[in-house]
Design a protein around this ligand. Structure first.
Ligand SMILES: [Zn+2]
Length: 130
């Protein structure tokens, strides 16, 4: 198996509903996002997927979040914009854009800061109800 990883970031505001503590108030983060794609076979060029293509797809997904009030976005109206749910959102959006036979999106990790992160990865059971 091969894996490739790219990293990008976005800035946004959020707060957590039903949470007692600092995060119940509106605040911002510069989230770092790492994405891992895996596959068994590489192409004739020796690539699993061109880093440039993966970075482009990721940046288009992150554009929807960058400099936004995450709580006001439709996806986060019912779900808290926690790092876990943000990782899930990015995974869900990015997987649609990476529909190729030889690769699969392995995981998306969202870093609130350099000390804490949340990861979503598919366990093969689908996404449940969106
Ligand atoms: Zn926060």
């Amino acid at each position: 198996m091969y894996e490739i990883m790219v990293e990008d970031e976005f800035s946004a505001a959020h707060f957590l509903r039903g949470y007692r503590g600092k995060c119940e108030k509106v605040h911002g983060h510069n989230w770092k996002v790492t994405v891992v794609v895996s596959g068994k076979e590489i192409d004739k060029r020796g690539l699993l997927l061109d880093f440039h293509d993966l970075r482009k797809e990721l940046s288009q997904v992150l554009e929807r979040l960058d400099h936004k009030d995450l709580n006001s976005l439709p996806f986060f109206k019912k779900r808290n914009p926690s790092s876990e749910n943000i990782a899930f959102y990015i995974f869900w959006r990015l997987e649609k854009r990476l529909a190729r036979k030889n690769i699969s999106l392995a995981r998306v990790t969202v870093w609130e800061n350099c000390r804490q992160s949340a990861t979503y990865f598919s366990s093969g059971g689908g996404y449940g109800s969106l």
